[in-house]
Structures are given as structure tokens and as C-alpha cells.
Write a protein that binds this ligand. Structure first.
Ligand code: ADP
Ligand code: MG
Length: 328
């Protein structure tokens, strides 16, 4: 019996998403009397499994941070559900949820109270989540710090301003690891650190995945970094998922927007051909009907794309929301 149960649990772990967004939208209302509605996240569905890195890629204003805040329960969806192991996150007690799902943010200096020593902040974090602090507290601190390539001696007595941006971002990750989470949501974790340390920080997430099966959602706007760190990728444009699939979609994209992102990456071996004419458009331009990318798309189908919203087409390794594939 025990054996059967164990087997069932194994199967469940493989099938069940750790985190799932099910048709999630977030509308902000601003202006006098809430006159302006901004659909920051528009009917987004995605899943994250144990032990994988999901990259969320999109330019500024595409809704990435809003998605991070929704997953971290900082914002509530206007519609749709966010599930953690099949349960609506809003039905889970915050303390329980944050022991499972932690966040790392873009600006590491804003993540630490400048008036407190970093190690005191760490101890507070542990006190917050565990009823009693174990005698193993130093061991726990060393464990979390060693995962980010640091140790207690590097940190003892120091305030956040005494660290570089890169070191402080490592410390943000270490703080998240103190509670031994199953998943970390990292919103642009390397965009404010030196280019030379970006890969080292991304490698921490890869090591945590490989050594501990930690799942991460890593949000970014850099296609090169996203393709380096991710197992699967979600490409966002104006709050909508235009393409998602294995990381291969960043090498061999289907959606015209993903193609545009790839063409924008400077390459030493690039053979110059006539560039495609992608029009420029602000992501703030409101989307009314049809495809979100229609105004910029060099492949637009005149009869369709501006009028009708494309449905999602399954291409095997990827799903793409584009009329070019709907007919095939
Ligand atoms: P990204 O992180 O991809 O740059 P955001 O999620 O921050 O994008 O923003 C998506 C859209 O939502 C933008 O148009 C932004 O101006 C708008 N937005 C974000 N937060 C708010 C808010 N609190 N109130 C009103 N509009 C917001
Ligand atoms: Mg953002």
C-alpha cells in the first residue's frame, strides 16, 4: 500500500504544475473617476513545473512586473485564477504561501532596509516564518549564503550600502532561500547589476534547479539572457502571451514579434540582409481589436489581423497566437 501511495505521489509530482496562471487578467483603472482602463495582463495562461526555469520575456510595459506581483499576491487578478499545486493562491494563508513561493526584485538596494544590518534582516526573516529559531540558525544562514557563493563572515556587521549591486542581489536570493521555497519569482534580477556579473547570478538559479529541484520564474527583457537561463519561455506583448514553448522558440521563433526580438540581438556572424520592416509602436498604445501586434507586423494579413483576435495554435513544442499559423 505504502508503495502504491509513494508511486501515486511521484506521478502527481510530475503531472501537477507547481504554479499555474489560468486565464489571468489585470486591469488598472486610473485617472479621474477611474476613467482610464489599462489592461496590463490580458488573459494569460502558463504553468511552471518543479525543477524548471520559466523565462518571461517582453519589452518594458508588457505586463511582466504585474505578473510577478500577481503570483506573489501583491496584486489580485481582475479575472482568472493563480493556482499553487492546484489551489487558488488567495485561499492559502500568506505565511504558508510565502514559505513555498518567494520573490526577488529588480533593485536589490530597495529590497533591504538601509538602517539594519543585513544579517539582522536575515534573522528577522527566519523569525517571521518559523515559530522558534533553531539552535542551527548559523548553519541555516551558512547554507543559504553558500548557495549564492557567500558566507556569514562576508556579511557579518555590514549594512546593505556596503555591498555592490551584484553582491546585494546574491543576498536577496539568499534571503529568499532561508525559508527553503519550492519556487522563486525573480523580476528582472540582473537588469540593475553589472553586465559582468549577470551570468554568475543567473548561474545561481541554474545550480539551485539542478541541485535542489527549485523552480524559478525569471523575468527579463534580454533575449540572450533569457535563452541562456530558461528551459521554457513565455513571450509577452501588450499583456498577452504571443508565443510560449521550449527555449528553442528563441532560436527558431514562429511569432513575428519573437522574430523581431531575435533580429534585434546583435550577432558577430550576422549576415546583413534587407531587414524586415517592423513598425515602431509604443506598448502604451491601446489595443482594441484583432491581434496585439498588428500595427508592427510585416506579415499582417489584411483581411484578418486587424479585425479578429487570433486563437492559440499548438505547434508541438510551442503555442503561438498568430493568424499565419491558424490555417495550417
Ligand atoms: P513591465 O514590467 O513589463 O515593464 P508592468 O507590469 O510594470 O510592465 O506594466 C504593464 C502596464 O501596466 C503598463 O502600461 C503600466 O503603465 C501599467 N501599470 C502597472 N502598474 C500600474 C498601476 N499600479 N496603476 C496603473 N497602471 C499600472
Ligand atoms: Mg517590470
Amino acid at each position: 500500500m505504502g508503495c502504491v501511495l509513494a508511486l501515486f505521489k511521484e506521478v502527481n509530482l510530475v503531472d501537477e504544475a507547481l504554479l499555474e496562471l489560468d486565464s489571468v487578467s489585470k486591469i488598472f483603472t486610473t485617472g479621474l473617476l477611474g476613467g482610464t482602463r489599462i489592461k496590463a495582463v490580458d488573459n494569460v495562461s502558463m504553468k511552471v513545473y518543479k525543477g524548471e526555469i520559466l523565462g518571461i520575456l517582453g519589452e518594458s510595459g508588457s505586463g511582466k512586473s504585474t505578473i510577478a506581483k500577481l503570483i506573489l499576491k501583491i496584486l489580485k487578478p481582475t479575472s482568472g485564477k493563480i493556482l499553487y499545486r492546484g489551489r487558488d493562491v488567495w485561499s492559502i494563508d500568506n505565511k504558508v504561501y510565502y514559505r513555498r513561493v518567494q520573490g526577488v526584485f529588480q533593485d536589490p538596494y530597495a529590497s533591504f532596509n538601509p538602517r539594519r544590518r543585513v544579517l539582522d534582516i536575515f534573522v528577522d526573516t527566519m523569525r517571521n516564518y518559523y515559530a522558534e529559531l533553531t539552535s542551527k540558525i548559523t548553519e541555516e544562514l551558512e547554507r543559504a549564503l553558500s548557495k549564492v557563493g557567500m558566507n556569514v563572515k562576508d556579511v557579518i556587521g555590514k549594512y546593505s550600502h556596503e555591498f555592490s549591486g551584484g553582491q546585494l542581489q546574491r543576498l536577496s536570493i539568499a534571503r529568499a532561500l532561508l525559508v527553503k521555497p519550492e519556487a522563486i519569482v525573480a523580476d528582472e534580477p540582473v537588469s540593475m547589476v553589472d553586465a559582468s556579473t549577470r551570468i554568475d547570478i543567473l548561474n545561481i538559479f541554474i545550480d539551485l534547479k539542478e541541485e535542489e529541484g527549485l523552480a524559478s520564474i525569471i523575468i527579463g527583457h534580454d533575449l540572450g539572457l533569457a535563452s541562456y537561463v530558461s528551459d521554457r519561455v513565455v513571450v509577452l506583448y501588450k499583456g498577452q502571451v504571443v508565443e510560449q514553448g521550449t527555449v528553442n522558440i528563441l532560436r527558431d521563433p514562429a511569432h513575428p514579434y519573437t522574430k523581431m526580438l531575435l533580429e534585434a540581438v546583435p550577432r558577430i556572424d550576422y549576415k546583413w540582409t534587407t531587414p524586415l520592416r517592423y513598425q515602431v509602436e509604443s506598448v502604451q498604445t491601446r489595443h482594441t481589436t484583432g491581434c496585439v501586434f498588428v500595427n508592427r507586423c510585416p506579415f499582417r494579413l489584411e483581411d484578418k489581423c486587424a479585425k479578429l483576435e487570433p486563437h492559440v495554435v499548438n505547434l508541438g513544442d510551442s503555442q503561438v497566437k498568430c493568424w499565419l499559423y491558424a490555417e495550417k
